[in-house]
Write a new protein. Structure first.
Length: 283
């Protein structure tokens, strides 16, 4: 695990899933609803870009030196994120065609999530694999997470608002498993060969790491949240949920869509009899 696929992403994804289950769904939660107009696309893209740039320091810094391994990790980071976005675009277009959309449908928030998935998937392998494998890992991670999100929306109905488990938990799991296949000692002498390079035991070690992380993160999160639940409480009152926490806590009223303003239509007509211009105003 080069820079935190297990201890950062899988652990946070499992904790997020456990928290979503214990907390339960929001009062107005609708798994089939699409959040239209609730996302600031400019801020979403800006935040994703900042995250992407910062991630290069996250993975490159795990080499603890300005050397070839750090450069390799940064290259693999960018390739993994980009390849995940590519497969996400393809799947969005295919999904749109299946739903009868004439034009190509590409979700901007979806692309931002796709880049995060690619970054997460390549994190444990960034300094242990060749760039070609980073390309493959991004494709595989994007495909699996995209499919899981579609199934989650249809069958699971878990109120995981930001898809923490899907992007970080599942992404970290996929990346850790694939690292056990593709890692090479020739790339990084501090690592081991993977199952594809004569060391199937490494694949088993990756699976054990996933299992231990899931149990530890899930158990600790459950203990903390259940303790709070049966003491001070962790649920927001239903009335406050309906009003919105921005209103209850900060006094901010949710902006409403602006009604269409009908502008007066001025028509100028000239009477041929007396050549006097008249103006009619319609609303």
């Amino acid at each position: 695990d080069f820079s935190g696929g297990l201890i950062v992403h899988l652990s946070s994804g499992i904790s997020g899933l456990v928290a979503a289950i214990i907390l339960g769904s929001r009062v107005q939660f609708d798994p089939d609803a699409v959040n239209i107009g609730q996302t600031n696309l400019a801020f979403t893209m800006l935040g994703t870009g900042l995250l992407w740039v910062g991630w290069m320091g996250f993975t490159g810094g795990a080499a603890f030196a300005a050397n070839g391994i750090a450069a390799l990790a940064i290259v693999n980071t960018n390739i993994g994120a980009a390849s995940s976005m590519i497969i996400w675009i393809i799947l969005d277009i295919i999904n749109g065609k299946l739903r009868g959309c004439n034009s190509s449908f590409i979700s901007i928030p979806g692309l931002c999530s796709a880049s995060v998935v690619g970054l997460v998937v390549v994190t444990p392998a960034a300094g242990f694999i060749q760039p070609s494998y980073a390309l493959l890992m991004g494709f595989i991670g994007g495909l699996i997470v995209y499919s899981f999100l579609a199934c989650k929306k249809r069958f699971l109905h878990i109120d995981d608002t930001l898809d923490v488990f899907s992007c970080h938990g599942l992404g970290g799991m996929i990346g850790t498993i694939l690292t056990g296949l593709f890692c090479q000692k020739d790339v990084n002498k501090q690592g081991n060969n993977g199952a594809l390079y004569g060391n199937p035991a490494q694949f088993l070690h990756q699976l054990i790491g996933i299992l231990v992380t899931c149990i530890y993160a899930g158990a600790c999160t459950a203990i903390i949240l259940l303790s709070l639940h049966f003491t001070v409480g962790i649920r927001i009152h239903q009335v406050d949920q309906a009003r919105g926490l921005d209103n209850v806590v900060h006094g901010v009223i949710e902006p409403r869509p602006t009604q269409d303003i009908k502008r007066p239509i001025i028509q100028r007509r000239t009477q041929p009899s007396n050549m006097i211009a008249t103006v009619n105003i319609e609303h």
